[in-house]
Design a protein around this ligand. Structure first.
Ligand code: COA
Length: 170
């Protein structure tokens, strides 16, 4: 299976924040942003694997900045590493200034998707070949994040998480 570049999975969703999607402070409701990120990540995972994909884990979400009613929000998702059947998807969220059009980073998240066959069984996917410095940085760190996610999910013993242990050794 030929390795793919991150640009082949890059997915951009742009949409408004409507009144029904806000909290009592008139900012975007966190669950609505999670759903938008899940949709974009799912398309990125599908573009990389060309398979049925399912969300296996939300590894990290940082709601750094609130997003006001009426904002134009862009969710950009890209595969940052592919393993055997699982993919790490990195998501950046941007808000566009109405007057200048300048985009400001509002939030980011990391999801794990798994490619499955018609019976829901995990299936082999192509590798990822990072190209830019940022893509290489995210690729390198992805194994550590996978191990952390598996340990937290009780699917890996901490003693087996070699990449995590290496963080705490000289
Ligand atoms: C995701 C799912 C297919 C994994 O099945 P599984 O029986 O755990 O399969 P495996 O143990 O072989 O894991 C498959 C891959 O997922 C990875 N994985 C599983 N759980 C993970 C987690 N919590 N974090 C990171 N990776 C995880 C495994 O490391 C493995 O990766 P690899 O093949 O790239 O090495 C299965 O749990 C599932 O179908 N879950 C429901 C998904 C769903 O419905 N999502 C929508 C939310 S409602």
């Amino acid at each position: 299976m030929e390795a793919k570049s991150p640009s082949e999975s890059r997915t951009t969703l742009t949409d408004l924040v409507l009144p029904s999607e806000t909290n009592p402070l008139n900012n975007l409701f966190g669950g609505e942003l999670l759903a938008r990120m899940d949709r974009a990540a799912s398309i990125a995972a599908r573009r990389h694997s060309r398979r049925i994909v399912v969300t296996a884990s939300v590894n990290h979400v940082a709601f750094n900045k609130s997003i006001p009613l009426g904002s134009v929000v862009t969710v950009e998702a890209v595969v940052s590493r592919a393993f055997k059947s699982s993919m790490e998807i990195y998501i950046d969220v941007w808000v566009e200034d109405r007057e200048s059009g300048r985009r400001t980073k509002a939030n980011e998240a990391i999801y794990t998707f798994v490619a499955v066959d018609e019976t829901g069984t995990p299936i082999q996917i192509p590798a990822l070949k990072p190209e830019t410095d940022l893509e290489k940085e995210r690729y390198e760190a992805a194994l550590r994040r996978k191990q952390l996610s598996l340990v937290l999910a009780g699917k890996m013993k901490p003693a087996e998480a070699t990449e995590l242990k290496a963080l705490f050794e000289d």
